[in-house]
Design a protein around this ligand. Structure first.
Ligand SMILES: *[C@@H]1O[C@H](CO)[C@@H](O)[C@H](O)[C@H]1NC(C)=O
Length: 363
């Protein structure tokens, strides 16, 4: 474990535990708790209530295709156009600032931004116009995720943020996206891409359904309860596999294979078991480990330099894993926008800041 700890507070054994334990869960974006006075009517939508903090983003520059990108970027391509790079990301009022920065980063580092098509998963209406006004020439479609789909499947988790219905939208991409879409990159909202996403898009998944960087040095046992490991009928699911931890915040998904096998149902059945038997403590991640662990196409670690959220409460900051970086991911409980606003950023938070389009002056 080569985490380097930067001390912003008093050293303690507890901090060391946090830093050394390989808890790279896909902690979805964080802790922006908004109070009632943070909400106001959205002028773009007339009447519906949205957090004031989400209202104002600066307009991103227009990103245009390089010459070698072909003709796709010159017109608005239809969603089924075979030349597109499909990216799915959730948009909700709490993590909107993170999602907007993520989209901005993808566009900025793409040679062919006009060939990227964004699929935004949302619970509430209203964010559509905000996206369109922030990114003048982006290709996108908005999908309403029905929280009722997972309402009865979500069990309590160690962190409340992990129980948000939208967190589970990634389970349903194969059903939500048009049947003509055969592959998608799923991205969490607390990350920035600092390389051309088309390189990730071209990943060879071989016979696998999903691709993600795997972390085989992490102790896999601890992602499930003793009760799970003690029940042979459950833990036998891993027989013949050598599962490793992977983070579900960055995945390349073959939707054709997913639909063919019906992986959504498999994930749901593990969530049903969890409701009855408590087989894990985290949110949307463990069902993915159960279904895909040991059968994940390996993607270079540079595509998910995760854990940068560290632990907000203890004020710990994390450093990058050794090696190259194509994507920075603030998984963990701290989020860069919250730390930057509080004037207590971690050193790497300054790498997120250039993608932030939030308009402070508007408040
Ligand atoms: C992995 O974690 C489990 C449960 O916490 C523990 O019993 C086991 O000794 C650990 N294994 C290693 C190799 O550290």
């Amino acid at each position: 474990m080569l985490w380097i700890l930067r001390f912003s507070g008093v050293f303690s054994a507890a901090m060391m535990m946090v830093v050394l334990s390989p808890s790279f869960q896909s902690f979805p974006p964080a802790e922006a708790i908004l109070s009632a006075q943070d909400y106001g009517p959205d002028p773009l939508r007339g009447g519906e209530l949205f957090p004031r903090s989400s209202l104002s983003f600066r307009r991103a520059p227009e990103f245009t295709n390089a010459d070698e990108c072909g003709t796709l970027g010159r017109t608005r391509p239809g969603v089924c156009n075979p030349g597109l790079v499909h990216v799915a990301i959730t948009l909700d009022v709490e993590y909107l600032r993170g999602s907007i920065a993520a989209v901005h980063s993808v566009l900025q580092h793409s040679r062919c931004p006009g060939n990227v098509f964004f699929h935004f998963l949302i619970l509430d209406t209203g964010l559509e116009s905000l996206v369109a006004s922030t990114f003048p020439n982006i290709n996108f479609k908005v999908y309403h995720f029905d929280a009722d789909l997972v309402k009865d499947l979500i069990s309590t988790s160690v962190r409340q943020a992990l129980e948000q219905p939208l967190n589970y939208a990634r389970n349903y991409l194969a059903d939500l996206l048009e049947p003509c879409i055969g592959r998608v990159i799923y991205l969490d909202s607390d990350l920035v891409v600092v390389d051309d996403i088309s390189k990730l898009w071209e990943t060879d998944l071989g016979t696998r359904t999903i691709g993600a960087p795997e972390y085989c040095h992490a102790n896999f046992t601890k992602y499930f309860t003793d009760s799970f490991w003690s029940k042979k009928r459950l833990s036998a699911t891993f027989t013949g596999r050598q599962p490793c931890y992977f983070n579900t915040g960055v995945m390349v998904i073959d939707l054709v294979k997913w639909r063919g096998v019906g992986y959504t149902k498999r994930i749901e059945s593990w969530m049903e078991i969890q409701k009855r038997e408590r087989i894990y403590e985290l949110g949307s991640l463990p069902p993915f480990l159960l279904v895909f662990g040991g059968q994940v196409a390996q993607i270079e670690h540079r595509w998910n330099q995760h854990g940068l959220g560290g632990d907000n409460v203890r004020g710990s900051c994390r450093d990058l894993h050794p090696g190259p970086v194509s994507l920075l991911h603030w998984s963990g409980s701290g989020k860069p926008w919250i730390r930057l606003d509080s004037k207590r950023p971690c050193p790497l938070d300054t790498l997120w800041a250039p993608y932030d389009l939030y308009n402070h002056a508007h408040q």
